[in-house]
Design a protein around this ligand. Structure first.
Ligand code: UDP
Length: 249
């Protein structure tokens, strides 16, 4: 771990949460990106899914605990921070971070696109290069087992990437970045769920109004049958926050 960031850090369910907004995040990551030391850093954009899963998967919890930066991805985390800590935490969602970095750094950014179904990361890389002028350091799909982790991590290391987008589903992506950070050796590694799909155009970004209100998950759950089973998990999260609040008195 590098020097602690200059912003407050809360604890939510035994996980860290940095009180930092989007611009603060972009400034911090920008500094990491241009540092000639190339110190590896991991970024987690915390969402209810990760909190719920981390309670039964200690390795997920460990990956979040050891991350260099943990931002609030959405309104669920803002709600939990208000309920449990009485704090208003700003959001810095994964997609906005990735887009902001690409806009600010353009061709200086060497991006490795890791994740999603075969072919999707290629389309994402193509679009990002066209739209933001980023340099594509490498591409790999996200459907491989743990026995292939080292091979993929070495591929990333050899690419000389400065930004690694790991989009292999909540939990798996955070654990991969944290476990292999020494081999990956990328200045900024971010677990960013469906971001590669959005960049590729295979998933639509939630409409602006839902993003403004911080409720894009409502749109995603409603619009995607595969995600319908997640609605009860979100209710579970709300109940979990209530139970934690009572426990803390
Ligand atoms: N994904 C992947 N490998 C896997 C599972 C998922 O690369 O083993 C990709 C998936 O194709 C999608 C992204 O991870 O691009 C996010 O997947 P999903 O929406 O299921 O996960 P979430 O982050 O919402 O849990």
């Amino acid at each position: 771990m590098s020097t602690p960031p200059p912003h407050p850090r809360l604890r939510l369910f035994d996980l860290p949460l940095d009180v930092i907004d989007l611009q603060g995040t972009l400034d911090l990551l920008g500094g990491w990106l241009i540092d000639p030391a190339r110190t590896p850093h991991t970024v987690v954009t915390l969402n209810p899914e990760i909190i719920v899963q981390s309670r039964s998967h200690p390795e997920f919890a460990g990956a979040v605990q050891d991350a260099d930066l943990v931002t609030a991805d959405g309104v669920g985390i803002v709600y939990a921070a208000r309920q449990l800590r009485g704090e208003d935490v700003p959001r810095a969602p994964g997609f906005d971070i990735v887009k902001g970095l690409m806009e600010q750094h353009g061709a200086e950014l060497r991006v490795f696109f890791l994740g999603a179904k075969p072919g999707v990361a290629e389309a994402a890389a193509h679009n990002a290069a066209r739209e933001y002028g980023v340099t594509v350091a490498g591409i790999h799909h996200g459907y491989f087992g743990p026995e292939e982790d080292r091979r993929v991590a070495e591929l990333v290391a050899q690419s000389g990437a400065t930004l690694l987008l790991t989009a292999m589903g909540a939990g798996r992506q955070e654990v991969f970045n944290q476990e292999w950070r020494g081999v990956l050796n990328v200045p900024v590694m971010i677990g960013c769920g469906g971001v590669i799909d959005v960049l590729a155009g295979t998933a639509e970004l939630a409409p602006a109004w839902t993003r403004k209100l911080g409720v894009e998950w409502v749109w995603r759950v409603a619009g995607d049958r595969k995600r319908w089973n997640r609605a009860p998990r979100l209710l579970h999260f709300v109940r979990l926050v209530g139970a934690e609040k009572r426990r803390k008195g």
